[in-house]
Every structure is written in C-alpha cells, then in structure tokens.
Design a protein around this ligand. Structure first.
Ligand SMILES: Cc1cc2nc3c(=O)[nH]c(=O)nc-3n(C[C@H](O)[C@H](O)[C@H](O)COP(=O)(O)O)c2cc1C
Length: 189
C-alpha cells in the first residue's frame, strides 16, 4: 500500500498539486492521511504516560497507535509539505510524534541504536517554497534522517519547486516544469 501524507494547509496548495501529479505518475492505489483534518491528541505528560503504559502491556492494536501501524505497513510513502519557516508546518511534526512509536515503527537495539520495523523502502518528499533561499537540512533533511535512521527507508527522493511567491515569476510555468520533471523521473518505463 502507498501511503500519502498530505501536510498541505491551503485549499489551493501548489505543493499538493505536485504531489497529486506524482501520485498519478506512480499510478498505484493509495491511502491518504489529510493532516489538516486530523485531531491529534496533545502530547503532554498524560499522553506520554498512557502511551508507555500501552507499549508496556503490548497493546499495539490500541487506536492510539493507528497512525503508527498504518505507517509501518506502507510499502511506499509520499509526504507533501510546503516549506514553512525553513522547514514544514507543525501538523507534520505532530503526525511524526504519533508515528514514532517504539515496537511499531522502530525499536532500539541493545546498543541504543534505532532499528526499523517499517516495511517501506522508498519515501518521496514533495515541497514548494516562496523564495530562492531554500536550504534542505531542516525540513527535508530532518524527514530524510528520520526515514533513514529510524524507519530504514534509505531511498528518499526530494521533489521541489521554488520562487513561487516572487514577483515576476510565472507560477504556472514553474509548476508545469516541475510536473514534467516528476513524470520524467518517476514514470515506470
Ligand atoms: C507560515 C509560512 C511560512 C513560510 N516560510 C517560508 C520560508 O521560510 N521560505 C520560503 O521560501 N517561503 C516560505 N513561505 C512561502 C511558501 O513556502 C510558499 O508560498 C509555498 O509555495 C506554499 O505552498 P502551498 O502553495 O502548498 O501552500 C511560507 C509561507 C507560510 C504561509
């Protein structure tokens, strides 16, 4: 199963448009999680205590772990997230806090290193930025580090378009060029 995690906020999101082009290109059925519609529990101390209690009891089928189980069972993952304040919207971090559950998506080795319990071997990260200054390390870089080190997903692809909010730029042209690039890179031969 392909899992599509939509962390876009705006109704007319350009990032989502590119992600939908990618999904069409990949041409597989998928499950979608629309993060803006999700009401994640607040990760306060009571939440952490309850989460630990369930893990200690081995109650992995509890609804608290629905997102983590779905993530761990996906064969491929597509994340769409606009570039916000050098990274991505809070909803994506809130989602990852629900997904990062020891004994479901990863576990620690006796040496204290994370080891994957996820099935996926490939993750696509789609993002767009308003400007030209678009360092990758805090948004994409963070997700890539998590994917590779916790979830065992070594193959992480970045799809990005930038300068979408600059005066004089043709947004349509930038998006159309990126869509062409998506088809070129990811259409099955
Ligand atoms: C809260 C917020 C923060 C943003 N931060 C940045 C930023 O740090 N750098 C940048 O180039 N653009 C920034 N932008 C502009 C967006 O990256 C740009 O408009 C992007 O295309 C939005 O994607 P969307 O059309 O999918 O919503 C920001 C926009 C918002 C709303």
């Amino acid at each position: 199963m392909l899992l599509y995690i939509d962390a876009c906020v705006r109704k007319d999101s350009r990032t989502r448009r590119l992600a939908e082009c990618l999904l069409q290109t990949l041409n597989q059925p998928y499950e979608k999680v629309e993060l803006i519609e999700c009401d994640f529990p607040k990760v306060d101390e009571a939440f952490l205590v309850e989460k630990d209690r369930l893990i200690n009891e081995g109650a992995y089928s509890d609804p608290l772990f629905d997102y983590a189980r779905q993530f761990s069972e996906a064969d491929e993952i597509v994340i769409a997230a606009p570039y916000w304040d050098l990274s991505f919207p809070t909803i994506l971090k809130a989602y990852l806090e629900q997904v990062n559950v020891s004994d479901i998506t990863f576990r620690y080795t006796p040496e204290g290193m994370p080891e994957s319990l996820c099935r996926a071997k490939k993750l696509y990260y789609v993002t767009t930025a308003g400007g030209e200054f678009f360092p990758e390390e805090y948004g994409f870089g963070y997700v890539k580090a998590l994917a590779q080190n916790f979830y065992g997903i070594q193959d992480v692809e970045l799809i990005k378009a930038k300068r979408l909010d600059l005066e004089g730029e043709s947004v349509e042209q930038i998006l159309a060029d990126c869509e062409k690039e998506i088809v070129r890179r990811f259409k099955a031969a």
